[in-house]
Design a protein around this ligand. Structure first.
Ligand SMILES: [Fe+2]
Ligand SMILES: [Fe+2]
Length: 511
């Protein structure tokens, strides 16, 4: 019989276990911990845990010290199929009746008993189950959520003995603490899933505002996840000593999901902007050039009329006028062709800029009789963009998305594990040499997590399949860009090399 002192010790131990259980929120770890603690508590060789799922009992954990020693931990994955929730099995009986079964030797259970011992496990593993204690796991609402089963209590000589009756109450109490902890872990898991789903769906909806960004964030998450995984796997080299914890990985993933959430505040026209002028703006230019052509024809007709009405013009004078007409019309067509060309984003040379200025300075007579310029001020401003397709104002507006990201995220009450999400997401356009935005942070001022986002964000933007204004860049070429950006001191060299060496760009594409 246990002494009062023993009991006190056991209760103290039970309390310690309770505290350990309530601080473990990972369901899988928690279930393993419950079985491990219950086994230690009762000196049980083995233990299993079943959870009730619908009409079934699902086998969640199986531990067995003897088999571990004999077979090694990974040898036998003794995870039977879910069993029906009926009184046929011992676990089912306990789950349905809420009674405790403390059996000295399971092979002596009378054949007419309601429940039976299934010897299948013993046969397969050459094991001898003898004593068994099976208790229900009741939560704080008195609902049975599962069953804890302990196998073969061992005495100090390692011999199998029956489970002491005193253990029944204590294990029951442990099981109900475990049930509460399981419910909490499930609740936390559900809240996490809910949060993730809301983040994913809202971000995907924001990305879908434009073909340019559709699917961007989801792909950035995949690339980031695979790059983080490569960092954790590296044993030698710059990240050999370093690894991210599961919580840190989660934090990076959430930051990756949310990094461009500020694009919600960016005008759609800018997100969608393909060339320097929109198609309808370019169409207006084309129509104007048709009017310019008509105006030119009208001028020449007037001049010809003036020549003819002034008497007998020389054939040379008429011919010269005709040549001039042909040259002028050709020049108008050339000007329009030039505008069509510079409308496509690329690099604008000095000579191109001068020609553009010359065209913008030309005027024609509109049908209303007014003199009008060939190009409006806004058309000129857009067409004279020297690199890319955004004007300075539009570029600033586009870049402001990261300020909105920071601002929006700083208002979300992230949990402790996710507290750096606004910091990482808000720094995804910072470059190591200080040339990035919004802060112009340099080197060590930029956290590794934000550098990871920067690398994968650039790669995704280059290779995205859905950019309307350019064909996706082939992987090889995009990797060259990453290398050159790293060479110029903008992107993290070690990350870029790892991204390439580990073929993160390929792995993240497959399933
Ligand atoms: Fe961004
Ligand atoms: Fe991005």
């Amino acid at each position: 019989m246990a002494t009062v002192r023993d009991l006190h010790q056991q209760i103290a131990r039970l309390n310690r276990i309770g505290i350990a259980l309530s601080s473990e929120h990972n369901l899988r770890n928690l279930l393993e911990l419950i079985v491990k603690e219950a086994r230690e508590f009762t000196q049980a060789d083995g233990g299993s845990l079943y959870l009730i799922k619908g009409e079934k009992l699902v086998f969640e954990v199986a531990q067995n010290a003897t088999l571990d020693k004999r077979l090694g931990r990974s040898q036998e994955a003794f995870r039977p199929f879910p069993i029906p929730l009926t009184c046929e099995s011992m676990a089912g009986y306990v789950a349905l009746t809420g009674k405790v079964l403390n059996i000295e030797d399971v092979y002596t259970i009378p054949v007419d008993a309601e429940y039976h011992f299934n010897a299948e496990f013993d046969r397969r593993n050459h094991y001898r189950t003898q004593s068994m204690l099976t208790v229900p796991m009741r939560d704080n609402e008195d609902q049975i959520i599962g069953v804890l089963q302990l196998i073969n209590s061992l005495n100090e000589h390692g011999e199998v003995v029956p489970f002491l009756p005193e253990y029944e109450e204590l294990v029951l109490s442990l099981a109900s603490q475990a049930a509460v902890a399981i419910n909490n872990a499930r609740l936390i898991q559900q809240i996490k899933e809910l949060f993730e789903a809301i983040v994913q769906y809202s971000v995907e909806a924001i990305d879908r505002r434009s073909r340019v960004t559709s699917g961007h964030s989801a792909r950035v998450v995949r690339y980031a996840t695979f790059l983080v995984d490569a960092i954790n796997r590296q044993r030698n080299g710059p990240f050999g000593e370093f690894s991210f914890s599961p919580e840190e990985i989660e934090e990076i993933r959430v930051a990756a999901w949310l990094h461009d959430i500020g694009k919600i505040a960016v005008r759609e026209a800018i997100l969608e902007k393909e060339n320097k002028l929109t198609e309808s703006e370019m169409e207006a230019v084309r129509e104007r050039f048709a009017a310019i052509q008509l105006d030119a024809e009208r001028c020449f007709l007037e001049r010809k009329l003036a020549l003819l009405s002034s008497g007998e013009p020389s054939p040379e004078a008429l011919e010269q006028l005709e040549q001039e007409r042909i040259a002028t019309l050709q020049e108008i067509r050339d000007d329009l062709a030039f505008l069509e060309r510079v409308n496509i984003p690329g690099y604008l040379e000095d000579a191109d800029l001068q020609r553009l200025q010359a065209i913008a300075a030309k005027t024609y007579q509109a049908p209303s009789g007014e003199q009008k310029p060939y190009l409006t001020a806004s058309e000129y401003a857009n067409l004279s963009i020297r690199r890319g397709n955004l004007t300075e104002e539009e570029l600033q507006h586009m870049r402001s998305h990261v300020l909105h990201t920071k601002d929006m995220l700083s208002k979300i009450p992230f949990t402790k594990n996710l507290r750096n999400v606004p910091l990482y997401a808000g720094a995804h356009h910072e470059m190591l040499d200080g040339s990035g935005y919004p802060e112009g942070l340099k080197g060590e001022q930029i956290p590794l997590q934000a550098r990871i986002l920067a690398v994968v964000d650039v790669y995704e933007a280059l290779t995205a399949p859905d950019r309307p204004y350019k064909k996706p860049m082939p992987a090889e070429q995009a990797l060259q860009v990453l290398r050159s950006e790293a060479g110029r001191g903008r992107l993290d060299k070690d990350l870029v090399e790892l991204f390439i060496e580990e073929r993160v760009y390929e792995k993240a594409q497959g399933d």
